[in-house]
Design a protein around this ligand. Structure first.
Ligand code: IPE
Ligand code: IPE
Ligand code: MG
Ligand code: MG
Ligand code: MG
Length: 288
């Protein structure tokens, strides 16, 4: 993971240069929201999916950075007072606390559009068809059918009683879809067979859902010192989560089942996929 963090951080730093323009406040807020740590899990998925197909790391790292830019936008907006109203992110004050709400909204907007700018740049891939597939895939994964739709459900869940099926769908949309796209992007870059693409997508679908289950568990039993975020927020906001519906122990069992499934999804991959298998176990046992 350290290698990915280093590679993607260098790429992100280049994409977000310091500015002395009159609007530099915006670029500072963007840099604060991106270059402030983070596990870089989605970049890990892009890079290690791509490595299954011997993709040039120069392409993979730009796609990884684009997906991380989009993820960071989603965190800045998720923390806003109108959404989760969080004070702490990655161990530091949230972007609207460091700056103000309007600047945080604009920084998120600009990171979202920068992600697509990076994907559409010929430096990312020489084949325009590949670039177009990446742009369309990221848009679909993160719009109303994916992450943003999931965020809407998450907020509606504060005031409606959702059944387990709806909670499942909510979590897959808000968190799972971007992780699925991270793996798909590696497969697109590698021109993987449909069978391998499907296997990687299934892996990420199970991993992504398990990741949100463990996120919900950590919100209950983790500490801010461990996670770098406010804790106890889901319960306070009356969110519909696996933990609120089935309890912590059953939620952990559910995460374990999903992780077993994710590892099974990789059965046709060779030892190059060992780090993807290790990542699945990390997600299950993480404290961060
Ligand atoms: C937090 O994601 C938001 C969720 C989808 C639960 P991460 O836990 O990957 O956050 P960072 O990027 O490491 O800060
Ligand atoms: C956030 O989920 C998911 C997205 C940002 C799309 P959470 O609200 O559970 O994430 P944290 O716990 O604030 O990181
Ligand atoms: Mg949220
Ligand atoms: Mg939140
Ligand atoms: Mg959470």
């Amino acid at each position: 993971m350290e290698e990915v963090v280093d590679l993607v951080n260098r790429t992100l730093t280049k994409l977000l240069p310091e500015s002395d323009l009159p609007e530099a406040r915006l670029m500072q807020a963007m840099r604060s929201g991106v270059l402030n740590g983070g596990k870089r899990l989605r970049p890990f998925l892009v890079i290690h999916s791509a490595l299954q197909f011997n993709v040039d790391l120069n392409c993979a790292r730009r796609v990884a950075a684009a997906i991380e830019l989009l993820h960071c936008y989603s965190l800045i907006h998720d923390d806003l007072p109108a959404m989760d109203n969080a004070d702490l992110r990655r161990g530091q004050p949230t972007i609207h606390k460091q700056y103000d709400d309007a600047t945080a909204i604009l920084a998120g907007d600009a990171l979202l559009t920068l992600a697509f700018e990076v994907l559409s740049d010929p430096q990312t891939h020489s084949d325009p068809h590949v670039r177009c597939e990446l742009v369309g895939g990221l848009a679909k994964a993160t719009g109303f059918q994916g992450m943003v739709g999931g965020q809407m459900l998450d907020l509606l869940g504060e005031t409606s009683a959702f059944d387990l099926n709806t909670i499942n769908r909510l979590q897959r949309m808000k968190t799972g879809r971007l992780m699925v796209f991270a793996c798909e992007a590696g497969a697109i870059l590698g021109k993987a067979s449909p069978q391998k693409q499907r296997a990687l997508s299934s892996y990420a679908n199970n991993l992504g859902l398990a990741f949100q289950v463990t996120d919900d568990i950590l919100d209950v039993e983790g500490t801010s010192a461990e996670t770098g975020k406010d804790t106890g927020k889901d319960n306070a906001a009356n969110k519909a989560t696996f933990v609120s519906t089935m309890g912590k122990d059953a939620a952990h069992q559910h995460a374990r089942m999903l992780i077993d499934q994710a590892i099974t999804n990789l059965k046709d991959f060779d030892s190059r996929a060992d780090l993807l298998r290790d990542l699945a176990l990390y997600v299950l046992n993480r404290r961060v």
